[in-house]
Design a protein around this ligand. Sequence first.
Ligand code: DAH
Length: 343
Amino acid sequence: MLEKLNEIYKKALVDIEECNGIEGLQNVRNTYLSKKSELMSFMSHMKDLVGEERIKFGQVINSIKDDITNKIETKRKDLEEKRLQEQLEKEVIDFTLPSVEVAKGSKHPFQLIVDEVNKIFIGMGYDVAEGPEVELDLFNFELLNVPKDHPARDMQDSFFIDDTHVMRSQTSPIQAHVMQSKNGVGPIKIIAPGKVYRRDDDATHSHQFGQIEGLVIDKDVSLANLLSTLELFSRKMFGEKRQVRMRSSYFPFTEPSIEADISCFECGGKGCRLCKGTGWIELLGGGMVHPHVLEMNGFDPKEYQGFAFGIGIDRTAMLKYGIDDIRKLYANDKRFLKQFNTK
Ligand code: DAH
């Protein structure tokens, strides 16, 4: 039997040696190592042997098996290496071909404005807050002094989802969320950028646009603080020489309410096309937080005052970059969007 084994072993070595393809090598492996192979069938003879003889026979078979396995593996590596080498010799790679250009993104002008406004206010010690885009009527209107059937609802023709939920029409509800989270204890100093939704669609109004809300609540806060805050912001955003003026206005959640204009950064106030000859550009709405709004959201108006303001993100982008149609901000035309990549 040992002789027969030796014969198989020698034949296997020759077959491995002569094999010159990976597929052929797989056949060699099947011939000598599969369960049905002649070599493996010798295993069944083990049961007829006893003692020393059985041990010796087992050792021989195993060492033959291991040796064939190792030699097949070595051969496989050789063949693979050879195949790669041949492929490399045949293939021609032209390193002078230009590579495919990787498309680089750029920040959307909307986001550029948000980043810049955030940076300016963070520099003044403000935190950045957020709120949900699907909002409760309660927060979008009622807690801001706009009860059901209040005529001010007409100014913000809104997308209602059901009787109680609305796509927020302004970022002002974030004021109510932040105030309620403070349990009547100030100070608060936040800005809150976000998308808002209204039933509008023309060159200066889109059904989706962005606002940045500002809210400061503390003891001894006055309209003068709002004016100086807006002046500082305008100078950082639109240039050192900017002046800010306030006009009285109306918002349900502020008393008094103001609208703020900045001196035109195009003509410096002399009058031009951008400012329609007035020398001033409308910037935002704001005012002193209405005592009833403070109260509804857990703050004692005898102890605390606050100011608030709302800046239009798209409007700011249009002014700053000279964009003539708000819809361009939402058309996803890369040729347009690429122009604002400032860095
Ligand atoms: N939410 C107002 C709007 O959409 C803008 C605004 C006005 C926000 C006055 C304020 C504010 O915080 O005090 O038109």
